[in-house]
Design a protein. Structure first.
Length: 235
């Protein structure tokens, strides 16, 4: 619930009445319920409801959350259901709600109150993760642990490096060496994916996942596997 708070005068003003958030998992979508009122003198057109994730000192961790279009006449109240993408990694955060006029301003910049909710984000459930690996893959001893940890941190898609005796050109970007690469520009080959994600492309004939939407993903070259030559049956 949101307690009583001052509302500035003027055309764009919001009164926050209540909001509730289901228990959030890192990196996952979480359902929220929000009740608010157009307390200004102008109708809401072109406004979006969004949010920020802050640390315990109020510093932004994620500034631009998912958008949800809102429209309301002056004095009109709205009951909204929306989805919030939780931050990575798990931990203690503050969730701050606000309305934004895109590329112009947030309503907090006009003096509007911004409600903040203390939230404990728990590890993401990785029990349903599925690794898309061929029979001729040999996993590094730490492969399963590293993949599991990355999923529980909040990543829905996890991929790593690939070692082969003769590496085709398509797999050269996946050569072992280095660590996490947040700017990795290639699909995740032989990935581990949380449902409902499935491989959506191929690289060198191997299943791969090209990042799409806002599902968090990670490429970590320390997650290593080796592909043995495919056995050839005699005819």
């Amino acid at each position: 619930m949101v307690g009583d708070h001052p509302v500035p005068g003027g055309p764009l003003a919001v009164r926050w009445l209540a909001y509730e958030l289901e228990p959030p998992q890192a990196g996952a979508l979480t359902r929220a319920q929000v009740s608010l009122e157009n307390a200004g003198t102008a109708a809401w057109r072109g406004l979006n409801l969004s949010y920020h994730w802050l640390d315990d000192r109020g510093n932004p961790i994620v500034w631009d959350g998912l958008r949800h279009e809102v429209s309301a006449k002056p004095g009109e109240r709205l009951e909204l259901e929306l989805f919030v993408r939780s931050p990575i990694p798990p931990g203690s955060y503050r969730l701050a709600l606000d309305l934004v006029d895109e590329k112009r301003f947030w309503l907090a910049e006009l003096g509007n109150f911004t409600p903040e909710l203390d939230v404990e984000v728990v590890p993401r459930d990785a029990t349903a993760a599925r690794a898309f690996l061929p029979p001729h893959a040999d996993l590094d001893p730490e492969w399963e642990e590293r993949v599991y940890v990355a999923h529980t941190e909040g990543y829905a898609a996890v991929g790593g490096s690939i070692e082969m005796r003769r590496t085709p050109s398509e797999l050269e970007p996946y050569a072992p060496g280095g660590g996490r690469n947040p700017a990795f520009a290639h699909p995740l080959v032989l990935p581990s994916l949380l449902p409902p994600l499935e491989p959506n492309t191929e690289v060198a004939g191997l299943p791969a996942w090209q990042p799409e939407g806002d599902e968090p993903w990670v490429y970590d070259a320390r997650i290593r596997l080796r592909l043995r030559p495919r056995s050839r049956r005699s005819t």
